[in-house]
Write a protein that binds this ligand. Structure first.
Ligand code: AMP
Ligand code: ZN
Ligand code: FE
Ligand code: FE
Length: 279
């Protein structure tokens, strides 16, 4: 159990709990700092900040962008970005449009395979979000009775090599870094295990941190990643990648041990790079 969790999804993208519910759960668990890092959207940040007001919980504004390098998916987290930045909002809008179109194509493909999940059902499950993701389709497949669990949906149909998988437009890692940095944020490489070779290149492009603490990373793996971070002058961060699935694969809020010093270092760097630098 840890008092900080810097990787959390909400209903603003493919999580199950609303931003306010995540904040409430974090307060109940005694966390002192969380970051909301939804896929390609900052729509949950204001609700989370409002819910946290007066509780003593720090809510760090964040995001998680999906990028692609060869056949690898590279995810970049961004912390302390200015989510009111107009250019940021425009770019995220483009990414979310591509997500919606891709979700529709996956539904179409499933129908062709004899699994007519209705688009209306997917839209209903997605709720208020415009950041459609595979978990919404997985839940629709499960609710329609075509699979027994979220995991089965990924394993059999919509995982990377699954028959209903459709790729979507993805940024290059450098583009993702730039989007975050241009809106005043600190870019951090998410779940970097087996993506270590890209680290030097991303450091040159302005990477600020490395997610060394992550579910299923052993103590040894985390230690190796923390050492890698240190060698490159990066901040070692971490989080649970909480989505709140009501499924076996669920990761619990605050269940990954993340050093509180991660937050202090991120905050200090964000402050140092703050308004006076940007001016
Ligand atoms: P997308 O961004 O639409 O490609 O969907 C990726 C998301 O799907 C990730 O953020 C994970 O939360 C989720 N995901 C990927 N693989 C699995 C899996 N095997 N089981 C459950 N969720 C998964
Ligand atoms: Zn997700
Ligand atoms: Fe990720
Ligand atoms: Fe994530």
């Amino acid at each position: 159990m840890s008092r900080v969790d810097l990787h959390i999804h909400t209903t603003a993208s493919d999580g199950v709990l609303s931003p306010a519910q995540v904040v409430q759960a974090a307060v109940e668990k005694g966390l002192i700092a969380i970051a909301i890092t939804d896929h390609d959207t900052t729509d949950g940040l204001d609700e989370a900040a409002e819910a946290a007001a007066g509780t003593g919980l720090e809510v760090i504004p964040g995001i998680e962008l999906s990028a692609e390098q060869g056949d690898q998916e590279i995810h970049i987290l961004g912390y302390y970005l200015d989510h009111r930045d107009a250019a940021l909002r425009d770019k995220l809008g483009v990414l979310r449009h591509a997500r919606r179109e891709r979700a529709w194509r996956m539904v179409d493909r499933l129908a062709g395979m004899g699994m007519p999940v209705s688009w209306e059902r997917v839209v209903r499950i997605a709720g208020d979000t415009s950041a459609f993701g595979r978990p919404h389709i997985a839940r629709a497949l499960r609710d329609s009775g075509f699979v027994g669990s979220i995991d089965e949906a990924f394993d059999r149909y919509i995982g990377l090599r699954g028959p209903a998988y459709v790729a979507r437009y993805k940024l290059s890692p450098e583009e993702a870094l730039r989007i975050i940095a241009d809106s005043g944020g600190l870019p951090v490489l998410a779940h970097p295990w087996r993506h270590e070779e890209i680290v030097p290149r991303l450091v040159t492009a302005g990477l600020a941190g490395l997610e060394a603490y992550y579910p299923r990373y052993s103590t040894d793996e985390s230690r190796m990643l923390a050492r890698l971070a240190q060698r490159h002058g990066l901040i070692a961060t971490g989080g649970s990648d909480f989505h709140g699935y009501d499924d076996g694969a669920a990761q619990s809020l605050g269940e990954v041990p993340v050093p509180e010093r991660s937050v202090e270092r991120l905050r200090a760097l964000a402050t140092r790079r703050g308004p006076e630098d940007a001016a």
